[in-house]
Design a protein around this ligand. Structure first.
Ligand code: HEC
Length: 114
């Protein structure tokens, strides 16, 4: 029991560094957020983690909208994120208009749950 408690304390210490609320559980996602998760998995997941705070090729998108700024220092809002998706950023390739407006809206809805 003591061991379990210290394990728990350690986990909270590890995951609690940023003091952000956890992402919305997958089983609670709305249909739109689910659709957005599929868009994410298809277009972003090879370079970004979504539900763990570990960088891949790019920064983790966990808690993206729960902090005032994106990793670059730009404000964390839909306009900036959409701009990043469409125009890319440094090593991140531009998707241009590869995503439809609906797919983009779904994707943003999912990112808001992280
Ligand atoms: C080929 C790899 C790759 C793919 C695919 C990719 N990204 Fe990125 N992304 C990156 C890298 C690398 C960065 C860091 C860019 C920098 O600031 O130098 C980044 C940065 C970002 C940022 C932070 C921008 C900022 O201003 O700090 C966001 C948000 C983002 N990506 C979202 C997405 C989304 C959403 C998708 C899917 C539509 C996606 N990315 C697909 C590699 C990728």
């Amino acid at each position: 029991m003591t061991r379990f408690v210290s394990f728990l304390a350690f986990s909270i210490f590890l995951t609690g560094c940023k003091h952000l609320p956890p992402p919305k559980p997958i089983e609670q996602l709305t249909p739109q957020e689910h659709a957005g998760r599929a868009v994410f998995n298809e277009n972003c997941a090879r370079c970004h983690n979504d539900r763990i705070d570990k960088p891949l090729h790019g920064p983790s998108l966990l808690g993206l909208y729960k902090q005032p700024y994106l990793p670059s220092g730009a404000p964390a809002n839909d306009e900036r994120v959409t701009h990043t998706i469409q125009h890319g950023r440094n090593m991140m390739p531009a998707l241009g208009d590869r995503l439809s407006p609906e797919e983009t809206a779904d994707l943003l809805a999912y990112l808001h749950t992280l």
